[in-house]
Design a protein. Sequence first.
Length: 63
Amino acid sequence: MQHYSYNIHSQLEHPQPKYYGTGYADTRKWEWLVNQHRDSYYSYMGHFDLLNYFSVAENERKA
């Protein structure tokens, strides 16, 4: 059982050095939220249909 527990922890820690937004054990809540907001906005800008949906739903023009 102990070997299984170690394996799960090593798998969870694997993406952290590879991806910036995954955070670390000592990442503060504010830093994590800033990363989530930044990643979300970049994703919205990269997906044209989603950007169209937001502009229609909020009655705003696309910037």
